[in-house]
Ligand binder design. Structure first.
Ligand code: OGA
Ligand code: MN
Length: 433
């Protein structure tokens, strides 16, 4: 078994190397000493000894939770790659893949890119390397470079699941309508017969993409299949960052949220909230940003953020009365899985059906300016309409869709409450969204 990692130079040393390998799990320090001895003799050119030393450092890094060992492990794996052609392919790949993993763990994703490029130069047909490089580009937001990698893989192997689903995901979420058909086809191809564990984000965007293309039945099948695979909470509730066993219901009464006091306060002073929102709009829509998640089908929809992830933003300087009210409602102010924002929507807007990211929040809309006409939001199978000075509450992890066919802009204040069944301890440890 070890022949695939042993080159001609290591061959005479194989028994010594095997012995040091055996020590790795029980006594990594001693193993490391053995490997170093071999390295000194081989003038640092024994691939297996160098790899063994990296493994020892790697194990010690975990054991001692030590960045010093971790960094030493990384640089030693890199040294294996630097040996180039003399390293047997199996060993070369093992060292390289582990190095990328450890770089990521250390927060050094940017270092993984040149490493993978070096490896690809030696092994251009090793498609996993190209996929890994594509993934690293995605991690740092370089979608174009990532796409080029996945395209290159598909050129060599048109049925590669990994490249197909990742390229499909990039195209589906690009925001360009012309990318959608190919994005959906690739996603479909990527998840079918995929050997990797299924991931919610691919099923979510595949279903959404199919629906946008009018392929409703296939979309529904994807959603059902996502529920079967445990990726979605239910057919209608498709958030991906969830806490188990929270009550899931599309529409809530104020009382059911456990925060009717805070919500009543907002309703009581709604006119001062409205005045601030309208003044900002009048002032050249100052601070209102176009919705950027590619949710709009057509129209014009902008938002002005006041709080994000439980933090007060500088936007509050321009809406001091609204924020003074929010400060009095801790379950909104501290919601690190939510936002507070003004939302303005112009006539002729349609928002595609979508689900929010998490089941940990409930979303309240306070109507500030509601024109006449056909304006509504559908949440799962229920439809709601805004009224000035009135709040409704829904769970935005449920599929929802918005239409504005009225005769003037519609303005609301959106606030996110913690789900009432979450306890303080859980909220404290949940990562922000
Ligand atoms: C939402 C949403 C659209 C709007 O609040 O999650 O999609 O009407 N709202 O502002
Ligand atoms: Mn929404």
């Amino acid at each position: 078994m070890k022949s695939s990692i042993t080159n001609s130079q290591d061959f005479p040393l194989r028994h010594e190397l095997d012995k040091a390998d055996e020590l790795l799990d029980t006594d990594p320090e001693l193993a490391s000493e053995h490997f170093e001895k071999i390295l000194r003799r081989s003038k640092n050119r024994s691939p297996r000894a160098l790899y063994g030393k990296a493994r020892a450092m790697d194990i010690l890094a975990d054991k001692n939770r030590s960045n010093k060992f971790l960094e030493k492990a990384i640089s030693t794996y890199e040294a294996v790659i630097d040996l180039g052609e003399s390293v047997p392919v199996d060993l070369y790949l093992r060292a390289g893949y582990r190095c990328v993993e450890r770089m990521q763990f250390r927060g050094w994703s940017n270092k993984a890119i040149p490493l993978l490029k070096t490896m690809i130069k030696r092994l251009p047909h090793q498609l996993d390397l190209l996929n890994k490089l594509g993934t690293q580009f995605l991690l740092i937001g370089q979608k174009k470079a990532a796409s080029e990698m996945f395209e290159a893989v598909l050129l060599q192997q048109p049925l590669n699941n990994y490249a197909a689903k990742h390229l499909g995901f990039i195209l589906k979420t690009s925001g360009k309508n012309e990318d959608l058909p190919r994005g959906v086809d690739l996603l479909l191809q990527g998840v079918q017969g995929d050997p990797d564990p299924p991931e919610g984000k691919f099923y979510y965007h595949l279903g959404e993409g199919l629906r946008r293309l009018g392929r409703e039945e296939e979309a529904n099948m994807m959603y059902h299949s996502g529920v079967e695979k445990g990726l979605f909470l239910s057919f209608w509730q498709r958030s991906l960052y969830n806490v188990d066993h929270l009550k899931g219901q599309p529409v809530w009464t104020k009382e059911e949220t456990g925060e009717s006091q805070g919500l009543n306060l907002l309703e009581k002073y709604w006119e001062s909230v409205r005045d601030e929102a309208l003044a900002l709009l009048k002032d050249n829509q100052q601070g209102f940003e176009p919705e950027a998640e590619n949710l709009q089908d057509k129209g014009d929809w902008k938002q002005f953020e006041l709080y994000r992830q439980g933090r007060r933003l500088s936007g509050c300087d321009k809406a001091p009365n609204t924020c003074a009210l929010i400060e009095q409602i801790p379950s909104i102010r501290t919601n690190k899985r939510g936002q507070v924002k003004f939302s303005v929507m112009y006539p002729g807007t349609h928002v595609h059906p979508h689900s929010g990211p998490t089941n940990c929040r409930l979303r309240a809309h306070l109507g500030l300016k509601v024109p006449k006409g056909d304006l509504k939001i559908r949440v799962a199978k229920e439809t709601l309409e805004w009224r000035e000075g009135k709040i409704f509450v829904f769970d935005d992890s449920f599929d929802h869709e918005v239409w504005h066919n009225g005769d003037a802009e519609r303005v609301v204040l959106i606030v996110d409450l913690w789900h009432p069944e979450l306890d303080e301890e859980t909220k404290k440890y949940l990562p922000a969204i």
